[in-house]
Design a protein around this ligand. Sequence first.
Ligand code: PLP
Length: 296
Amino acid sequence: MANAPEVYVNGRYLPAGEAHVSFFDWGFQFGDGVYEVISSWQGMMFRLDDHLDRLDASMHAARLDPGLDRAQWRDAVVEVTRRSGLRDAGTRIIVSRGAQPPGTSDLRACRPNVFIAASPYLFLGTEEQRVKGIRLMVAHQRGMPADTLDPRYKHISRLQYNLARIEAAEAGYDDVGWLSHDGSVQEAPRSNLFAVRAGVLQTPAAGILHGITRMPFCELAYELGIPVEVRPLTAFDLFVADEVFTCSTSGAALPVREVSGRSVRAAVPGPITRRLQDAYWRIRAEGRHGTPVGPD
Ligand code: PLP
């Protein structure tokens, strides 16, 4: 049974109802901040240090320094999750720019706010979608180029992604992926993209968030003897793939059965998707790359 949710706010553990953010926080006002979502399964948090490495990179690049060292981050994330009593959880960290002190317009004077909360693990797709696959649309709008906002920032400004999601939902699709200005496949709003063609696993090389789940899928493919190509892909590669799947902390591998009106060739989930998915849940169940989060 989960306990009443508690949220970590700048070093304090507060009941969820008492965790507030200032109206003047730049994260709230302008989507200026970065975040992480870390999953726990059967009481084991997956790849905590990889998430904290990515958070550290996002914060450093975004000039956000809330002043916590690695041990403090680890303690706070594990403690919030442990206090939730959830064995299957999604623990969200948000670091926002904070509010400017009165009398200055210098953004560097803002003190970042840190929020951490654990919620029940929520699968990205429904059970039916995990079995039958999803319909993925290629968005008309292009992804953000690295010289504008590098997709490696895991940032909280989601307007662009949310507009693509709404566009896809209105067109009757389950999810959406987008291309860069030069036509390379980038990613989906909450997932990285994979294709399989003639037994080879393919995933875009650049213009993407470096997904923490993408990593073990590539590693597991190597372990299973499945060749992996990390290279630029175009929409054509998705259209002609034997298998396509999205991959994320919340969705693991979610098979795709159609890409913008083109049926994916193999029945879903395709054989390689299934092998990788099974291997992924096996390492999760074994607690590989895991940090125990209780409850005690
Ligand atoms: N790409 C984007 C834009 C995302 O927002 C996410 C997750 O939220 C991912 C990819 C997948 O990353 P991860 O495997 O770390 O969940």
